[in-house]
Design a protein around this ligand. Structure first.
Ligand SMILES: Cc1cc2nc3c(=O)[nH]c(=O)nc-3n(C[C@H](O)[C@H](O)[C@H](O)COP(=O)(O)OP(=O)(O)OC[C@H]3O[C@@H](n4cnc5c(N)ncnc54)[C@H](O)[C@@H]3O)c2cc1C
Length: 445
């Protein structure tokens, strides 16, 4: 193809924006990229997001966001996990630079960060637009079509919005989230949804509200994250926005009969939130008592999609491909949803770059993307499922055994540690998607 590639991305979440940046940087000549976003504007509501070293590797090395990360991110020294009833420390895992041990750097090559979702989204958006991507808001994509002949520019893919606007492209990337509409054009049906039984509350407080309170400051929020684990629930708190805002994510059982939309904007009732924590440690209850505004998300599960690419053969199939939660909806128990979307973005960008250089049919490269990403994202999902069971155990022999193992593995006991298993952690955090996808593309060449 002599002209630049024309790419339409549906969804300006973390996955869609990361894809825009990665593709602009990797594919030559620089493609024309249009991002269609349903929202009227990219909202300022969100929550903290844990950026594990595998995601930092993508943001710093592949998307060029090292300076922005240093500006907005918080580098935690440790994670402390506490018992629900009395805040006894169950385990402590050093992350960055505690006791002179910059573990994440040493073990995985990159740091662990805490970011506010809005900061992450806005740094990606700024970079994407600097690189020439165009963002169209109030653009709700409802239809996708592949035509064999294509238009006068040879573009065979098109997306139509609810207001009738149509955008043509060589490739359409559906990064439209867990409730993806475009995935139906890949699968031929809507993805089934089941409740997980859990809801996520989120809240932020000014830093001073927590750190100027000696009871709360003594838990160690200044330098790391603190997690309370208890029956059916857990709470995590850490600083974001360069340390100026305190963020909490609170996972509890759904209230009977309460079914809400999955959105960052739905407000929850702080009193109802607090009811879940009667009998929990007084310091946690003191922390929760400070919450005036909270947001609620009923978590729903969706299966891993069998296929991420529109049906058809290499010659006549459509170039519609899924990315991020649209392909592999992730629950927040392992903090890997955004990370997996960012890894997808790099993989897809390298595939498109390779296809352009080698004059491959795009579908050949898109098939490799799917082949490399499915098993990886499946294992990330599994990590989340295991964390849920591990975090939410009822008190009893299983929990006592868990606590014993956690205590043995704790860095505060100066034992060789890993938040469970060094090999698993290396596989999760040490993963280099760029190296993996380059290897797969070279093998296929
Ligand atoms: C409470 C909670 C905490 C989490 N914490 C973490 C964490 O700490 N670390 C981590 O890595 N992950 C975390 N995750 C998961 C992470 O947020 C998601 O996996 C990630 O945001 C997925 O990004 P995405 O771009 O695929 O989808 P989304 O972020 O959902 O973005 C999809 C975008 O597409 C737009 N859109 C939807 N439909 C259309 C349409 N038809 N047309 C046009 N635009 C459309 C939406 O408006 C949205 O902007 C958490 C999730 C939750 C719920």
């Amino acid at each position: 193809m002599s002209r630049p590639l024309n790419v339409v991305i549906v969804g300006a979440g973390i996955g869609g924006l990361a894809a825009a940046v990665a593709i602009s940087r990797a594919v030559k000549p620089t493609p024309k990229i249009t991002i269609l976003e349903a929202a009227k504007e990219l909202s300022e509501i969100g929550a903290g997001i844990q950026v594990a070293p595998n995601m930092t590797r993508v943001l710093v090395d592949r998307l060029g966001l090292g300076d922005a990360m240093a500006q907005h991110g918080v580098v935690p020294r440790y994670v402390r996990q506490l018992r629900w009833q009395d805040s006894t420390e169950l385990t402590r895992f050093n992350l960055n630079g505690d006791d002179g041990d910059d573990r994440c750097m040493r073990a995985f090559g990159h740091r662990y960060y805490y970011l506010h979702r809005c900061d992450l989204q806005s740094m990606l958006l700024t970079r994407a637009t600097e690189l020439g991507a165009e963002i169209v808001t109030s653009a709700v994509a409802v239809h996708y079509e592949h035509t064999t002949g294509g238009n006068e520019d040879g573009e065979k893919e098109s997306v139509t919005c609810v207001d009738g606007r149509t955008f043509t492209a060589d490739v359409v990337i559906a990064a439209d989230g867990a409730r993806s509409r475009l995935s139906a054009f890949v699968l031929g049906a809507r993805v089934p949804v089941t409740p997980t039984g859990d809801s996520a509350y989120r809240a932020t407080l000014p830093r001073e509200a927590v750190l100027d309170d000696p009871d709360l400051a003594s838990l160690g929020f200044e330098n790391g994250a603190v997690v309370w684990l208890g029956p059916g629930a857990h709470v995590i708190g850490y600083l974001v926005r360069g340390g100026s805002v305190f963020n909490m994510v609170i996972l509890v059982p759904d209230c009977p009969g309460q079914v809400n939309e999955e959105t960052w904007k739905l407000k929850g009732d702080p009193e109802q939130l607090r009811l879940h924590f009667e009998g929990w440690d007084w310091r946690l209850r003191k922390l929760l008592s400070k919450i005036d505004v909270t947001y609620l998300w009923n978590l729903r599960d969706r299966p891993m999609l069998e296929r991420w690419l529109a049906p058809g053969t290499e010659e006549d199939g459509g170039n519609l491909v899924l990315l991020g939660d649209a392909a592999h909806p992730m629950l927040p128990y392992a903090g890997q949803g955004a990370a997996s979307a960012a890894e997808d973005a790099v993989a897809l960008a390298e595939c498109l770059a390779h296809a352009t250089n080698k004059a491959w049919p795009l579908r050949k490269a898109l098939t490799i993307y799917q082949h490399v990403r499915r098993p990886r994202t499946d294992s990330m999902r599994m990590a989340g499922q295991l964390n849920r069971e591990h975090f939410h155990m009822e008190d009893g022999p299983g929990q006592q055994e868990r606590d014993r193992k956690m205590n043995e593995a704790s860095d505060s006991q100066k034992q060789p540690s890993q938040l469970n298993d060094p090999e698993k952690l290396q596989a999760l955090y040490g993963y280099d998607i760029y190296a993996e996808i380059r290897r797969a593309l070279e093998e296929a060449s």
